[in-house]
Design a protein around this ligand. Structure first.
Ligand code: ZN
Length: 285
């Protein structure tokens, strides 16, 4: 099942995408995506019935999709998790998983503009497989990790490399407003296939910049969930960015960064695509 958060002018609500052209509102099943995920065992059949009945169905192209989880409790992201990306950065393959967080205010809709920060010359793209947690858990064994996943999205871990390299901590360089787009919807885990065998690509102005496969993840999705949950309780609607393959703008020769006017598209086989225009940062002081 493909589950999105959308607005057609009224308050945002969850919906189920059918045929990739139609969205059926699920506001009567659950008020928001986090509630839908948390209550999924009980709500799943009502959501499926709504998808079949198509009551209140809307043209997908006529609504605005928001990030599927508009305000995740946590947004966690792993660094240096594809061999080709590690090679292009000149870093060593990490012995331990390198984690940072992105703030909730960085969340952006799947087709919303990405703001190039004021004065930035080094804003970059990173296409990533994004995991949405379904079941709450702590100390989750690797073998049990799949049971804690609700579904998967396409994400762009937008990164400002000057800020990222100013200090050893990634949080500021990865934390600008609008720099955590994901979507376009959540493909539930049962419909996503083998998520360690999906083609993953990023295009800028139609040019392929990243073109890899999730089979090249160094730490698997299950490794990541096991490691994170040693530390923190993972909760329904938490979001994990699982790392980016090679081809980022900063590593190209010469560098090929994002700037206002660029169109950046991220796609993963079976999970859909997100696409954004880059614009100058219009935020007020
Ligand atoms: Zn990343």
């Amino acid at each position: 099942m493909k589950l999105a958060t959308f607005t057609n002018g009224a308050a945002p609500q969850p919906g189920v995408v059918v045929d990739e052209t139609t969205i059926v509102p699920l506001g009567a099943v659950a008020p928001d995506m986090k509630s839908l995920i948390a209550g999924w065992d009980a709500l799943h059949s009502a959501a499926a019935a709504a998808a079949t009945a198509r009551e209140g169905a809307l043209d997908l192209a006529a609504v605005r999709l928001l990030a599927p989880v508009p305000r995740p409790g946590k947004i966690l992201a792993i660094g240096l998790n594809y061999a080709d990306h590690i090679a292009e950065t000149g870093m060593q393959t990490p012995a331990h998983q390198i984690w940072f967080t992105k703030p909730g205010t960085a969340v952006n809709g799947p087709y919303d503009d990405i703001a190039i920060p004021r004065g930035s010359t080094m804003t970059d793209y990173e296409v990533e497989l994004v995991v949405v947690i379904g079941k709450r858990g702590r100390h989750i064994a690797k073998e049990d990790a799949a049971g804690h996943v609700f579904g998967y999205c396409v994400g762009n871990d937008v990164s400002e490399r000057v800020w990222q390299r100013l200090t050893p901590q990634f949080t500021l360089g990865k934390g600008f407003d609008t720099h955590a787009p994901f979507g376009p919807w959540i493909t539930t885990a049962d419909a996503a296939g083998d998520v360690h065998a999906l083609g993953i690509r990023c295009m800028v102005d139609g040019e392929i910049r990243q073109d890899s496969n999730t089979r090249h993840l160094i730490f698997s999705v299950w490794d990541q969930i096991a490691e994170l949950s040693k530390v923190m309780t993972l909760e329904p609607g938490d979001v994990i960015y699982t790392g980016t393959p090679g081809g980022v703008g900063a590593a190209r020769k010469p560098p090929a960064m994002l700037h206002a006017g660029c169109q950046v598209r991220c796609e993963i086989d079976g999970l859909g695509a997100i696409e954004a225009r880059c614009t100058a940062d219009q935020a007020a002081d």
